[in-house]
Every structure is written in C-alpha cells, then in structure tokens.
Design a protein around this ligand. Structure first.
Ligand code: SF4
Length: 124
C-alpha cells in the first residue's frame, strides 16, 4: 500500500506547527513541516504509538459527592483505553481524598497511576 500523508498539529509548544507524516503500514516513512526535533518526535509518536491522558470519574460511597473525578498520571496508549476503563469502573472510593492522591497504582502494569483531580471530604 502506498504511503498516505497525515497532518498532525504539534502541541509541544504554542507555535503549533503542522507536521506532515507519510505513513506506510503504520510506520512514519517521511516527516516534513516540523520546527524542531521535539515536534518531529511528537508527530511520529502520534502516528505510530498514540497516547492520551484518560480522564473519567469513579463512584464514591459515604463521601460528600457521588462521583470523584480522576485521571491517569501520564498518557496511556490509546488502544488500551477500553481495558483501562474496565479496571477503573470496578473502583468504589470509600475514603476522603486530596488532589493527586493515587486511586489505582500502576494501572494495567503500565507504570501509570490513576489519581484524584478533586479534593473530596467524607460525608460527616
Ligand atoms: S515542531 Fe517544535 S516549534 Fe513546532 S510546534 Fe512543535 S515543538 Fe513547537
């Protein structure tokens, strides 16, 4: 299959260069338009191994709110999102948390934690 061009907007700095990546069999075979090496690496990673921060909520029991917002401490591979959500969905938070408290350690063995993004007090 011939290479297909993908346009990626680099988000590594405010300049927002449009980087064109020629993709063949899921691999970057040519990269143009980047302003620096960081953007080139970002565009290749977006094409070959896209990652995203996962943000969601977990249910709370006996706390001041019913749902607690959480996110992964670092981006995770996009194709592991469903599996990650299945794991997170099993959690019930039963104690007060502060911002940054770890809710799930080492999610799916990825070396990434799930952390609270809001302080939640107990319901007393
Ligand atoms: S390629 Fe470099 S200069 Fe351009 S947006 Fe990305 S980080 Fe900034």
């Amino acid at each position: 299959m011939p290479a297909m061009d993908r346009k990626i907007t680099c988000i590594e700095c405010p300049t927002g260069c449009t980087v064109t990546v020629a993709v063949e069999d899921g691999k970057a075979v040519r990269v143009d338009g980047f302003g620096c090496r960081r953007g080139r690496d970002y565009a290749i990673s977006e094409v070959e191994h896209p990652e995203r921060l996962l943000t969601t909520t977990v249910p709370a029991c006996g706390l001041a709110v019913r749902m607690v917002p959480v996110r992964t401490s670092r981006p995770i591979p996009r194709d592991m999102r469903t599996q990650a959500m299945e794991t997170i969905r099993q959690v019930r938070l039963r104690h007060a948390v502060k911002v940054g408290d770890v809710i799930i350690e080492n999610l799916l063995g990825l070396g990434v934690d799930v952390v609270a993004t809001r302080e939640v007090l107990s319901d007393t």
